[in-house]
Design a protein around this ligand. Structure first.
Ligand code: NAX
Length: 327
């Protein structure tokens, strides 16, 4: 049987953590033959650590055959020791009266410290997924704080946007969501993201031609996907948790196990592809194989798409500028 791998999860006692850990432990992320050791990080606060213990009691009670070990931590330097995978979910939420720059600064502090800890103690092949918002910029900060790790090991979660877009297209076309291929989401995990179905196909047929409605694209589809997080909060009174955890599982599973040529969306550091400046943590269509992702290159970008890409890039660059002095 396989040797266990180490999976670190931060914010482990939070609501996404609660929807995520049980699925990792049951083998849905890394395969039904891959034992895992969970290294769970929460803030040192007594209440958070107690809640984490409660979640671990429940994990115990599942008697998962693949759960080879489990640890609770209050410090990133121990939580990330030798870790092969790191899901950075915990982040500072926007409090009442908090301005955007305060939120960026509070998170910059967290992700600088966690990036440094990964740099020092994680496996040199660690695959890092940042879920905590602002996800792209937090991933950028962690990457910049870990100079001895390869840049490409740091990614941000755009998969929830990708899955939301796929689900809207399935509803519009009346086709199963699993039949949709070649969907792309560009840019920031925020309402400025650009979900792009120009290349998408269902059973080999063009989704753009099937829908054939640019007004729907611009006035219904893009706003629905972009504001979906707010719509969930409005309906549920809490932010997306199970769907976010599901997207994190999808992202890591596809990165680790490959997509067999299928396109998925990942937030990854640019190397200049599609005119995005180097190091910007940008949502791109990728395929994955042997634990590596590759950007789908050479796609034509029309005027409308360029405008949308410029908009989401501008927002990301403003976020980056807002934290530059802290790195
Ligand atoms: P919760 O507030 O339920 O849980 C967050 C947990 O993180 C808390 O238990 C907190 O104690 C812990 N935490 C905070 N700072 C920490 C640190 N420095 N180290 C370790 N743990 C820390 O939030 P939840 O609903 O689970 O959401 C977590 C994050 O995901 C938020 O930042 C949220 O905005 C973000 N999201 C990102 C999404 C994406 O698509 N990228 C979608 C869903 C979600 O909104």
């Amino acid at each position: 049987s396989k040797k266990p791998v180490r999976v670190a999860v931060t914010g482990a006692a939070g609501q996404i953590g609660y929807a995520l850990l049980f699925r990792i432990a049951s083998g849905e992320m890394l395969g039904k033959d891959q034992p895992v050791i969970l290294q769970l990080l929460e803030i040192p606060d007594e209440k958070a650590q107690k809640a984490l213990k409660g979640v671990m009691m429940e994990l115990d009670d599942c008697a998962f055959p693949l759960l080879a070990g489990m640890e609770a931590h209050g410090d990133a330097m121990t939580a990330f020791k030798d870790t092969d995978y790191a899901l950075l979910v915990g982040a500072r939420p926007r409090g009442p009266g908090m301005e955007r720059k305060d939120l960026l600064a509070a998170n910059a502090q967290i992700f600088t410290a966690q990036g440094k800890a990964l740099d020092k103690v994680a496996s040199r092949n660690v695959k890092v997924l940042v879920v905590g918002n602002p996800a792209n910029t937090n991933a950028y900060i962690a990457m910049k704080s870990a100079p001895s790790l390869p840049r490409e090991n740091f990614t941000a979660m755009l998969r929830l946007d990708h899955n939301r877009a796929a689900s809207q297209i399935a509803a519009k076309t009346g086709k199963p969501v699993s039949s949709i291929e070649k969907l792309a989401v560009w840019g920031n995990h925020s309402p400025t993201m650009y979900a792009d179905y120009r290349f998408a196909t269902i059973d080999g047929k063009s989704v753009k031609e099937m829908i054939n409605d640019d007004v729907w694209n611009k006035d219904t589809f893009l706003p629905t996907v972009g504001k979906r997080g707010a719509a969930i909060i409005e309906a549920r009174g809490l932010s997306s948790a199970a769907s976010a955890a599901n997207a994190a599982i999808d992202h890591m599973r596809d990165w680790a196990l490959g997509t067999n040529g299928k396109w998925v969306t990942m937030g990854i550091p640019s190397n200049g592809e599609y005119g995005i400046p180097k190091d910007v943590m940008f949502g791109y269509p990728v395929t994955t194989e042997n634990g590596k992702y590759k950007i789908v290159e050479g796609l034509p970008i029309d005027a409308f798409s360029q405008e949308r890409i410029n908009l989401t890039l501008k927002e990301l660059q403003e976020e980056q500028d807002g934290v530059k002095h802290l790195l």
